[in-house]
Write a protein that binds this ligand. Structure first.
Ligand code: NAI
Length: 244
């Protein structure tokens, strides 16, 4: 079974739907309760097995409840995808400590809390597992006004590698997917702004932003048997952004 955070929208939603289509039972988790209910309902309507969980990934007690509930219902957790995340654009010279802390809490502390709780459950059940963190090409490169976001994603990239080292003896692989620009509500404002959109597209050799389903494909691969020997890696899914 798979736990997917950020499953009310965008990449997390597409991943939850893809996993369910592949036959996995899914716990779709998100701070947006009605949104995640909709994801679970659409999975169920398509004949899949899904449970919605309203969770703020920055709150350790809510994350503990999420994992306990998944274990109580399904007996084990095989896959965790950390897709919950936020992005704001703020010039570095104006970036408040509160905004810095908010973005780091969601994008870095959240995956730490969820990853640790899920890994503890995986170790206890002794069947190994897969953890997939959605980072970003902003773990490597930045555009203006992304200091806090880029720092959170760079941190998550290294957390992925650190967890991979320590969890390997337990048969748990930990990998990252680094999307470029993906057509989701997260970057809707940038895509709607002709100047920012043009700036984004200039970086993308394939000449278009990704669909969330194209990131879900990578998440399906990293959770599959085909990826059993891959750990600590970042799978870049960016239409070529990082090679230019
Ligand atoms: P999205 O905005 O469509 O979905 C993010 C989801 O995370 C939302 O449903 C939101 O309610 C949830 N969320 C936010 N804070 C939360 C919290 N504290 N607890 C639980 N859930 C919370 O965004 P998208 O694009 O699907 O983003 C998913 C991940 O992919 C994020 O980590 C984002 O940084 C990353 N990413 C997105 C890119 C893009 O261009 N859309 C590019 C690179 C990375």
């Amino acid at each position: 079974m798979a736990v997917v955070t950020g499953a009310a929208s965008g990449i997390g939603q597409a991943t939850a739907i893809r996993y369910a289509r592949e036959g996995a039972a899914v716990v779709a988790a998100d701070i947006n309760g009605p949104g995640v209910q909709k994801t679970a309902a659409s999975i169920a309507a398509a004949g899949g097995q899904a449970r919605a969980a309203t969770v703020d990934v920055t709150q350790a007690s809510q994350v503990a409840d999420l994992v306990a509930d998944a274990l109580a219902v399904f007996g084990q957790i095989d896959i965790l995808v950390n897709a919950a995340g936020i992005e704001t654009l703020v010039p570095f010279l104006e970036l408040s400590e509160a905004e810095w802390t908010r973005v780091l809490a969601t994008n870095l502390t959240g995956p730490f809390l969820c990853g640790q709780a899920a890994a503890q459950a995986m170790v206890r059940t002794g069947r190994g597992g897969r953890i997939i963190n959605i980072t970003s090409i902003n773990a490597e490169v930045v555009l203006p006004h992304q200091a806090h976001y880029a720092a959170s994603k760079g941190g998550l990239r290294m957390l992925t590698r650190a967890m991979a080292v320590e969890l390997a003896p337990h048969g748990i692989t930990v990998n990252a997917i680094a999307p470029g620009a993906v057509d989701t509500p997260l970057i809707a404002r940038s895509l709607a702004d002709p100047v920012r959109r043009e700036m984004l597209l200039r970086h993308i050799p394939l000449g278009r932003v990704a669909r969330p389903e194209e990131i879900a494909s990578a998440a399906a691969f990293l959770a599959s048997e085909e990826a059993a020997y891959i750990t600590g890696a970042t799978l870049v899914v960016d239409g070529g952004w990082l090679i230019t």
